[in-house]
Design a protein around this ligand. Structure first.
Ligand code: M6R
Length: 615
């Protein structure tokens, strides 16, 4: 996610801002920039050199220092969502006058309509970002005589989506106006200085008092002072924070490790991946995808290639695409795909799914699909990753950087992105009515809240994990979409807790592996309701009667499931095709807790790399 820093009242702001941007690098970023109010205008420098961008800024500003004596300053590290990671798209963005500079973290959902309106009114845009529209909206209101704070409040009233922003203007050289909705912004004060940042680590050591800005609040920072109002202009007292964290703890937002932080970011990751996918007519519209409706209309087969958790997300998508679009959908382990003479034509849509967009096996698989004539689409979390550049089209999950080696928030975001792709194909192929698509999307909109509810139940999962501490053999069983969920639960347990765990299609168990079931074996069954739920419960009864300890993931209040289980991990119910997005959460939590109980480092499991760039 993007990082923001701002300071006013500091006579030599540039080193402070660059130092803070350096602190923010851990969030992951692709470009960076700084703006200072100086010489009656805005002095700005930007760099787009991946994770070297902040170092580039230091060099650039050493070679070409800003004017001596300046007012407020803002800086930004960008994690691209709308627009490629180029210097033109790097923040801060200016308005048409060049006297206003703005940095932003988040996604402006209605940026397309706002941009069209501004351009029709004569504004000239110089980037492909959603952010830039806010600079021009504020400019428009200032031209009508409003102050920077008033204009910002008025502009934000027109904006839909998630944002934290900081704005400076040459007319008010010592002022920074900041605001937020859904993404964090922290304010800091010390004698004669006011500061802001997108997270606490960047402010540690710089501010004596810290305050959290709440949703739809606007702060005005002047040297040594902060005042906060609602969007309507009513004054409010910001909440003071009492932080006893060191830098490392602060980077983890107070969580014990990145994995718990990232699990808690899952509602936001799913919400961001769902944002901005519908046009004004309510129809799905994947602007960034590059493949046209005509390209997608001619598709007669879908083939998805991926590894690890991305492969499991792809398996869920197979059920959705075949159900909604009635297109044959194959899912391949990427490392096997190119060595088995896959059959594809120019009417095949090959989808490469990869969090990093750099996994060699998946990259080689899509290269092969392309060679065989297929259209290649990549689902990636990293904008302009190698695979995103290699493909004909790209669909981004917008989960923000994932640091923990075990994929959590990106896995959920991948399922959501692939299901959006499925619904888009159904729209283009006419296999679902607009009402059916709207109803599926409305249900998807509930997912962040359902994930939130599932996350709140972690102590119940911890209790179950505590009872399984002696167990060494686990089977994860599921049917229908419960099968990929079982595979994902088993993978998480293997990679984090180093416990033997097999994910199996429950109906296949009696064809061999049931011989392994004995007292002491733990069977984790995915018993959320789908059309094979009854059959799954019969499979579970078979292992229960052979002495296995049974843990079931089940929908709230499902007494029949509880009757065949020793322990139940309850989840809020949702429709079968979406259920993995909620039901995987307790599986992540179970693996996490068992790993911790066994004393393992959940962020850096042994023998594993976050991104596998070798065969
Ligand atoms: O970056 P990718 O999505 O291509 O990575 C694929 C796998 O390496 C990855 O999902 C891996 O299995 C994770 N450690 C699972 O938690």
């Amino acid at each position: 996610m993007c990082g923001i820093f701002g300071v006013t009242g500091e006579p030599d702001a540039l080193p402070l801002i660059l130092g803070a941007l350096h602190q923010l690098e851990y969030r992951g970023y692709d470009s960076a920039g700084v703006a200072l109010v100086a010489d009656g205008g805005i002095w700005r420098v930007r760099a787009a050199d991946g994770t070297r961008s902040v170092a580039d800024l230091s060099q650039l500003t050493t070679d070409h220092p800003p004017p001596v004596g300046h007012g407020a300053g803002i800086g930004h590290t960008r994690w691209a969502t709308h627009g490629h990671p180029t210097a033109e798209n790097a923040h801060p963005h200016l308005d048409c006058t060049g006297r206003l500079a703005l940095v932003h973290n988040g996604i402006i959902e209605n940026h397309g309509a706002l941009r069209a309106d501004l351009v029709a009114g004569g504004h000239i845009m110089s980037s492909a970002t959603d952010t830039e529209v806010m600079a021009h909206l504020i400019e428009r209101h200032m031209a009508a005589g409003l102050s920077l704070a008033e204009a910002t409040r008025a502009a934000l009233g027109l904006v839909r989506g998630a944002f934290s922003i900081a704005v400076v203007h040459a007319d008010e050289p010592d002022t920074i106006v900041a605001a937020r909705r859904s993404t964090p912004l922290v304010l800091g004060l010390r004698q004669g200085v006011a500061l802001l940042a997108s997270d606490i680590p960047a402010l540690l050591g710089h501010a004596r008092q810290l305050y959290a800005l709440a949703d739809d609040e606007v702060a005005v920072l002047t040297p040594g002072a902060i005042s906060v109002t609602t969007l309507a202009g009513t004054p409010v007292r910001p909440e003071e924070l009492h932080i006893a964290w060191d830098l490392e703890a602060a980077r983890k937002d107070g969580y014990e490790d990145f994995m718990s932080k990232e699990m808690h970011e899952q509602p936001g990751a799913v919400a961001a991946t769902l944002l901005d996918r519908r046009g004004p007519d309510g129809r799905l519209r994947l602007d960034e995808m590059r493949l046209s409706p005509a390209d997608l209309r001619q598709v007669d087969k879908v083939c998805i290639v991926a590894c690890g958790s991305s492969y499991h997300a792809a398996l869920v998508a197979k059920y959705a695409i075949e159900h909604w679009v009635k297109l044959p959908t194959e899912v391949d382990i990427a490392s096997e795909f190119r060595y088995r003479d896959p059959v594809m034509t120019e009417r095949t849509l090959c989808v490469g799914v990869s969090q990093s967009g750099e996994t060699l096996d998946t990259s080689k698989a899509i290269e092969e699909a392309s060679r065989l004539g297929a259209k290649v689409l990549v689902v990636s979390n990293v904008v302009d990753s190698s695979m995103a550049r290699q493909a004909d089209g790209v669909l981004y999950t917008r989960a923000g950087p994932e640091v923990g080696v075990a994929s959590t928030k990106c896995h959920l975001a991948q399922i959501v992105a692939l299901e959006i792709l499925g619904l888009t194909l159904a729209q283009i192929h006419g296999t679902l009515t607009p009402e059916q698509i709207a109803s599926a999307l409305n249900e998807m909109d509930r997912l962040p809240e359902l994930i939130e509810q599932a996350l709140r139940r972690s102590s119940a999962v911890d209790d179950v994990a505590g009872k399984l501490i002696e167990a060494r053999d686990f089977f994860f069983l599921g049917r229908h979409v419960g099968y990929p969920m079982a595979l994902e639960g088993a993978l998480k347990l293997k990679e984090l807790a180093y416990l033997r765990a097999e994910g199996y299609a429950a109906g296949e168990l009696k064809h061999g592996p049931i011989a392994l079931i004995e007292p002491g074996t733990v069977v984790v069954g995915i018993a959320t309701r789908n059309r094979l739920w009854e059959k799954l419960l019969s499979n579970i009864a078979e292992v229960h009667s052979r002495g296995a300890t049974v843990v079931l993931v089940a929908d709230d209040g499902d007494r029949e499931a509880a009757a065949v289980a020793d322990h139940v991990l309850w989840v809020p119910p949702c429709s079968p095709l979406l259920s993995p997005v909620v039901g995987v959460v307790p599986l992540q939590q179970l693996a996490y807790r068992l790993a911790r109980l066994h004393g393992h480092d959940v962020d850096r499991p042994r023998n594993l790399a976050k991104t596998v760039t070798v065969e």
